[in-house]
Design a protein around this ligand. Structure first.
Ligand code: SF4
Length: 310
């Protein structure tokens, strides 16, 4: 009898300690997500008093996380804004059309499901074996902007996160020869809409963990039959490998995108190299061309690095 008690007690204590640990970590994750999203909103003035924010929900982990965190922040924000969740049902075969309406109704959020069969258009127009994502995203963008107009939305929120931005940065550098990422806030190409990315400071691994914790009803993104963009996949793997091997590198790279020094790049449209003249005035903070560059980056890191690491 005693043996039973003696054997079971440590196991029960372990289970309690373990569940307390998970609870603490989840609480920390929630605080971090709210802080990072709040900070991005403030840093880029993403949401203003009276805004109606249209949150695009695809059924993937990131857009669920975006909606979830924005709803939490709305409840305690110092300003008033409205949220409307929008899903575009593109009529891909096997799309579980009941999942999002049920989830959004249960959540009690205002929502709209837009039904547009872009799948058939893409299949008809793009020859078999060619990539369909270009046309598909253009069609989706046009539809979502129209829906934003119809709903009176003043901001369109997308679920791209820090790692999407870094991947885009490297893809543009490798394949388009441009130093260009995905902006946290932009005006749409038709000039009519402001698009925001409130997850700009959020690491993908945190949206993965949050989605598991919240048990979001994830809808797979492979229903259209298109292969995930191979180049994006490779760059994503490169970044994950760096993250494993060199902790802090991802955070430094992300901070670098907020800490651009045009006079130390080579773009003559951003810095007047041709007109550069000696001023004759000594400047302690001026360029020291013959010195070995210092890489004490952490001491110079802007707020975002500290936020991301927090
Ligand atoms: S993966 Fe499929 S749904 Fe997504 S953009 Fe490409 S074609 Fe469209």
């Amino acid at each position: 009898m005693n043996a039973v008690w003696i054997d079971e007690a440590p196991a029960a204590a372990d289970a309690t300690a373990n569940s307390l640990k998970i609870e603490r970590e989840t609480h920390k994750l929630e605080k971090r997500l709210c802080r990072q999203v709040g900070q991005a909103i403030v840093d880029y003035n993403m949401i203003e008093e009276g805004d109606k924010v249209m949150v695009c929900v695809s059924g993937g982990k990131d857009s669920y996380a975006l909606l979830d965190i924005l709803l939490k922040l709305k409840a305690r924000a110092p300003i008033h804004f409205d949220i409307v969740a929008v899903n575009l049902d593109q009529k891909q075969p096997g799309f579980p059309e009941e999942v999002l309406p049920k989830y959004l109704s249960d959540l009690g959020v205002d929502f709209h499901i837009e039904n547009q069969d872009t799948y058939s258009i893409v299949k008809r127009v793009i020859p078999e074996g060619k990539t369909t994502c270009g046309l598909c995203s253009r069609l989706r963008r046009g539809i979502l902007y129209r829906v934003a107009d119809e709903l009176g939305a003043t901001k369109v929120a997308l679920g791209h996160h820090r790692d999407d931005m870094l991947q885009t940065f490297f893809l543009n550098m490798f394949f388009a020869a441009k130093l260009k990422s995905m902006p946290p806030k932009l005006v749409s190409d038709d000039g009519k809409h402001v698009v925001i990315r409130p997850l700009a400071y959020v690491a993908e691994k945190d949206t993965v963990r949050w989605a598991q914790h919240r048990e979001f009803p994830i809808i797979p993104c492979t229903l259209c039959g298109s292969q995930e963009n191979l180049q994006r996949k490779q760059v994503g793997e490169m970044l994950r490998e760096w993250d494993r091997k060199y902790p802090g590198r991802i955070e430094n790279m992300f901070s670098a995108m907020q800490n651009v020094v045009p006079s130390h790049l080579l773009d003559g449209t951003l810095h007047d190299f041709k007109g550069l003249k000696a001023t004759g005035v000594a400047d302690e903070n001026g360029d020291k061309a013959f010195d070995t560059p210092s890489f004490d980056l952490l001491s110079q890191a802007p707020a975002a690095l500290r936020i991301v690491q927090g």
